[in-house]
Design a protein. Structure first.
Length: 230
């Protein structure tokens, strides 16, 4: 019988000096936007599915795709082809007219409340172009001292490299950084780097899998962070 993984220690707020934010599912309402697109694909089956059932199926498909998608991205990083994928997606975004993702309700107010108290950075597995477009469209770039994307370091999350890069650039010990994200790669990157992890349920991850990954604390939404840290 395999040894049981030790339960993660509770979040130590006294250590938190810097906040690192994921984008998709943490600042951007990516899961709802993707669910809406899947619902559109299910419309030809509307004679079989009620609107409510189609919405439930679309949500389930999106959540089920999260783990395989992250596995593919990690494998691409290990094979050294992730930069090629990121550049391809960025060129496609530059040519297209895709709508900028909506911001999660309450996130701008939360960032405004915290940015005077903490140095803050974005640490995202998205490419440069779409990350910056999202931040600029919603007037969020002013809150962050640093933006780290999939193209900043040779490897991105779940590897610790982008978190270590951010801590060094901000001149803060990694153990004083709090990584806020919605998926297991965010948790894995934080724990491997030596940072603390706070997970949110407004994105792609479930409470069960985030706890299993070792997250130190879980909030219902990123918008609740300012109250939690007050």
């Amino acid at each position: 019988m395999s040894a049981r993984r030790p339960a993660p220690q509770p979040l130590d707020l006294s250590r938190v000096k810097t906040l690192l934010f994921d984008v998709d599912g943490t600042l951007a309402d990516s899961d709802d936007a993707l669910t809406a697109r899947v619902e559109c694909l299910l419309r030809p089956l509307r004679f079989l599915l009620s609107e409510q059932k189609a919405a439930r199926i679309a949500r389930k498909l999106v959540m089920m795709a999260e783990s395989p998608g992250n596995t593919v991205l990690e494998l691409a990083d290990r094979l050294g082809v992730d930069p090629l994928i990121a550049r391809f997606l960025e060129r496609r975004a530059a040519r297209g007219t895709a709508r900028v993702l909506p911001v999660i309700p309450g996130v701008p107010e939360m960032l405004a409340a915290l940015h005077e108290r903490y140095p803050m950075a974005v640490v995202s597995a998205r490419n440069n172009l779409t990350t910056l477009r999202f931040l600029q469209e919603h007037n969020l770039a002013r809150f962050f001292r640093l933006v780290v994307t999939s193209q900043t370091c040779p490897r991105t999350k779940p590897f610790p490299d982008p978190l270590l890069y951010a801590a060094k650039a901000l001149n803060v010990p990694i153990e004083n950084c709090l990584m806020i994200g919605d998926t297991r790669p965010d948790v894995r990157a934080a724990l491997t780097a030596g940072a603390q992890s706070l997970s949110v349920l407004c994105g792609f991850g479930t409470e069960k899998e985030l706890l299993r990954a070792g997250s130190h604390h879980i909030l219902a939404s990123t918008a609740a962070l300012s109250e939690f840290l007050s």
